[in-house]
Design a protein around this ligand. Structure first.
Ligand SMILES: Nc1nc2c(ncn2[C@@H]2O[C@H](COP(=O)(O)OP(=O)(O)OP(=O)(O)O)[C@@H](O)[C@H]2O)c(=O)[nH]1
Length: 301
């Protein structure tokens, strides 16, 4: 069953197609002009549009061009239906983005077969788009924690940095590293280490805003880009994360463990030319936090 939208200025033509298509189990809607089609078709979300070429006012080709310019409609196959089946007319319709062309008078079973073919094409396009979306997600996400990965972090934070620079808005960065993580792995096993990484991601997610970007850069190292936050705001976030993690008890294979994290926090001063300068400074501050005893937040600009 497909959703088919018929556009024709002659009511009897619509009725004939409507009854046949409904008999074949399709859901049908219609319009009697190009403008009515533009108004009604997006709400109907058709799988295929059957569009008459010769209509008073807005022609079929003009309607087709307008449909292709609508983001919600540009992927919907349009089959032109016309008594004017000159070569030029067919070429024009296909060049303007029509999926197919059917001459009037048509043989209904042939028209219905072409509708089914257009629906199959649309379905495989949708499957391909969904698969591409899943691939893009896999390519940009850390598989253990579902945080964005290093590459995606640099891409997203780079564009936030450019915005902060353009509009002179604050932007802060937090670098986070689990303390003595090797010891967690060595004492309790790698699975407990993974549990700790998952807990860091969960706790951090609960402490940041929707607009902040949380990434696992690799190993036990995470970063958070906080657009719109001054260093004081970012220190508050970092302290919340540090305190929460220090209280967490993680469990794996009947064992329990506790751990801490250290963080370096800094803010864009207006002098940095690129985002990685900011991240490098946060990294140096994180190193100081480790040197000064771990389980602490060190900030600076
Ligand atoms: N379980 C687990 N361990 C990981 C993963 N990635 C990296 N590691 C381990 O993380 C540990 C990092 O250890 P180090 O770099 O020595 O740092 P640390 O022990 O945290 O010491 P400090 O950072 O100085 O507090 C190594 O043992 C890595 O094998 C992972 O995905 N899962």
């Amino acid at each position: 069953m497909a959703k088919i939208f018929i556009v024709d200025d002659v009511e009897d033509n619509i009725k004939l197609l409507w009854y046949n298509l409904e008999d074949d189990g399709h859901e049908v809607a219609s319009a009697m002009s190009g403008q009515e089609c533009l108004d009604k078709a997006p709400g109907f979300e058709p799988d295929v549009i059957l569009l008459d070429m010769m209509m008073p006012g807005m022609s079929g080709i003009e309607t087709l061009t307008a449909l292709k310019a609508l983001p919600a409609m540009d992927n919907i196959p349009v089959i032109m239906v016309s008594a004017n089946d000159s070569d030029d007319s067919i070429i024009d319709a296909l060049d303007q983005g029509a999926h197919d062309f059917i001459s009037k008078p048509f043989i209904y079973p042939v028209l219905e077969a072409r509708v089914r073919s257009a629906v199959r094409l649309k379905q495989s396009q949708e499957e391909l788009e969904a698969a591409n979306g899943r691939l893009a997600m896999l390519a940009s996400t850390d598989s253990l924690t579902q945080c964005v990965n290093r590459r995606q972090f640099f891409e997203l934070s780079g564009s936030e940095f450019a915005k902060a620079k353009r509009h002179a808005h604050p932007l802060s960065v937090i670098m986070l590293d689990a303390d003595k993580f090797k010891a967690i792995n060595d004492t309790y096993g790698h699975a407990m280490g993974d549990e700790a990484l998952l807990r860091i991601a969960d706790v951090a997610r609960g402490c940041i805003r929707e607009s902040d970007i949380l990434a696992r850069l690799g190993g036990e190292e995470f970063a958070i880009c906080c657009p719109g936050s001054t260093v004081d705001g970012a220190i508050r976030i970092a302290e919340r994360i540090r305190e929460a993690i220090a209280k967490e008890v993680i469990e794996c294979n009947g064992q329990t463990a506790q751990f801490t994290v250290s963080m370096g926090v800094t803010e864009y001063t207006g002098a940095e030319q690129a985002f990685d300068q900011l991240l490098n400074r946060a990294d140096r501050l994180l190193y100081r936090a480790k040197e000064e005893g771990r389980n602490r937040v060190i900030s600076g600009v």
